[in-house]
Design a protein around this ligand. Structure first.
Ligand code: NAP
Length: 218
C-alpha cells in the first residue's frame, strides 16, 4: 500500500497486563509491528484530557453524579492536540523510525484530584458516587462465570487496572529532547480545564441573558 510510516497508538504499561484483553491486543500488535518489515512508530499513551469533560466536567455542571474510586491510581493526562502535534513531529523525523515512545502529560492526577479541580473551576460541589475497588473486583469475578457477561468482565478488568495502585506516567525529558519540543509548550490539566470552564460558563451566562430577553410575562 506504500505506507511510509505506520503509527500505532498503544497504551502505557500494556505489556504488564496480559489479563486485560485490550492491553493484550495492544501488546501483541506492538510485537507484530516490531517483527514486521514495516517502518513504524509505536506511541504508548496514558490518558486523554478530552475524556475528562464527559466524565467529570459536564456531570458536575449538570449537578449529576460522577463516579469515583477510593484507589490512589494516578494518570498523566495529555491534551490530544499535543499528542497530535508530537505525533506529526515523530512521523517526519527519521531518527524516530522503528521506535517505541511513551507520551505522558506534565503531572499524574488521581480521580479525586481531578474532581476537586473541576469543583473549584465550576464553582460548585460534585455529587460523587464512590465505588470501592473491592466492589469492582468482586463484580469482575462474578461476571466471569457467565459467557454472556464476559464482555462486562473484560471491561471491568480494564477498570480494575485503572483502579489499582498504579501510576500511568513516565519521565518525558528524553522524549522532549528527541522530538525537539519545549516542555513549556505542553498544556497542563489546570490550563486545559480552566479554558474549558471559562468558555462554557461564559456561554451559559450569554444563553441565560438571551433567554431572559425573550421571556414573555403574562
Ligand atoms: N482515550 C484514552 O485515554 C486513551 C489512552 C491510551 C491509549 N489510547 C489509544 O488512543 C487511540 C484513540 O483513542 P480514543 O479514545 O480516541 O478512541 P475512540 O474514541 O474509540 O476513537 C477511535 C477512532 O478510531 C476510528 N476507527 C476505529 N476503527 C477504525 C477502522 N477500522 N478504520 C478507520 N478508523 C477506525 C473511529 O472511527 P469512528 O468514530 O468512525 O468509529 C474513531 O474515530 C486508541 O488507539 C486508544 O487505544 C486512548
Amino acid at each position: 500500500m506504500g505506507i511510509q510510516k505506520y503509527v500505532f497508538y498503544s497504551i502505557h504499561n500494556c505489556d504488564q497486563h496480559p489479563e486485560v484483553p485490550l492491553m493484550e491486543i495492544k501488546h501483541c500488535t506492538e510485537k507484530f509491528l516490531q517483527d514486521s518489515s514495516l517502518n513504524y512508530v509505536i506511541i504508548r499513551l496514558c490518558g486523554f484530557m478530552q475524556g475528562l469533560i464527559g466524565q467529570y466536567a459536564v456531570p458536575i455542571l449538570e449537578e449529576k453524579s460522577v463516579w469515583g474510586t477510593d484507589a490512589p491510581t494516578r494518570i498523566a493526562y495529555m491534551d490530544t492536540q499535543d499528542i497530535a502535534r508530537l505525533t506529526f513531529i515523530a512521523m517526519r523525523n527519521e531518527k524516530i523510525d522503528n521506535k517505541l515512545l511513551t507520551f505522558a502529560g506534565p503531572r499524574a492526577w488521581t480521580t479525586q484530584e481531578v474532581i476537586t479541580l473541576c469543583e473549584r473551576l465550576a464553582g460548585q460541589d460534585a455529587n460523587v458516587t464512590t465505588v470501592p475497588v473491592s466492589v469492582l473486583k468482586f463484580t469482575r469475578q462474578l461476571t466471569r462465570f457467565f459467557q454472556w457477561t464476559n464482555d462486562v468482565a473484560d471491561r471491568l478488568a480494564f477498570s480494575e487496572v485503572l483502579s489499582s495502585d498504579t501510576v500511568f506516567s513516565t519521565p518525558m525529558t528524553e522524549t522532549y529532547t528527541l522530538l525537539g519540543v519545549d516542555q513549556k509548550d505542553i498544556v497542563t490539566l489546570e490550563k486545559y480545564l480552566q479554558d474549558y470552564f471559562t468558555n462554557i460558563l461564559k456561554k451559559l451566562k450569554d444563553l441565560k441573558a438571551q433567554s431572559k430577553q425573550t421571556d414573555i410575562f403574562l
